[in-house]
Design a protein. Sequence first.
Length: 354
Amino acid sequence: MTSIGDLRRRTYEELTRPSYSLSRRDMVLLNDNANLFGVNPAVQEILEEFDFSRLWAYPSESSDVLRHRIASEYGLSPEEVLVGNGSDEILDISAKSFINPGDLFSSPSPTFSMYKFYANLNMARISEKLLRPDFSLDAQAMLSESPKLVAVCQPNNPTANLFDQGEIRKLLAWKGCAVIVDEAYSDFCGSSMLSEVMNSNAGIDVRTFSKGYGIAGLRAGYAMARKEVIDELRRVRTPFGVNSFTEAIAARAMDHKAWVDEVVSKMRSERSYLASRLETLGFKVYPSCCNFLLCKSPVDGPNLVAALRDKGVAIRDCNPYPLLENHVRITIAPRSMLDILLERLGPLVSGGSK
Ligand SMILES: Cc1ncc(COP(=O)(O)O)c(C=O)c1O
């Protein structure tokens, strides 16, 4: 009998998908940078208004209501917006659109690991350029090998810093490649590279509803780019990629900017609290403009993450990343959750050694 392994696509032999899932409900999940301050009020509103009896119908093929809402929010035309099933789908679509097998994909390192995954799926050659020790970006190093697709995360996950906009402008000015500028965390930083992206040849500004907007479970994200670029992305997008319920909620969520602002302000004060408590426990805490902190553990990082998981708290182990030995990433949450973390963390780091 043919084994399933024999049927496997050979070009995927080496492929492993990064896994983030830790959905145990009894755990404190400080590992995936979701919005732990709550669910967007749009969810309750749409629950009351939505015509569930029409769920027999397909949604709009290109999520027209949401696309128009996003376009009006940013003063763009709907042709300059593409909606996806989470921004992950936008990253997937971008790699499919621009990478031929053997083309070079370039990203800084460390950064969000899914860029490399989607590039690998499309059989790109991968070039990861180390960030400088201060986590700054070297655009020239990324462009020196003439990549076909570049992905950069602004602000960067997991290092939590904003890159110099001038460096990202250099990437966008390069005519020979498409450039993903992933602004998943921009709601927390008040930063935006949208106008630079829209004025570039092949820039793609990627956003998500999973972070500041608080609907990660519904899966919605989007790309903004020049119409010619969006047309390319649309060629490979699956029709009906976003379900009609999600579409209605995401569109309404954009009306709840005040709620997002309130979350951001609470998050900032909890972030300061956590940073100072971690420093007291011997962690080196890096500056962050995001809803997470990167820090260097005073004890072995992977052991610490495993021990905390056994105690019901999930944080992200950054040890596998270059430059980040014994580093961990912790999502900012309301005080009650941070205090559970701190209470369980204390005994694990006091008197510990690497
Ligand atoms: C930088 C970055 N981009 C994209 C995503 C994917 O977000 P989603 O697929 O939920 O929109 C994440 C999720 O953690 C992320 O950190």
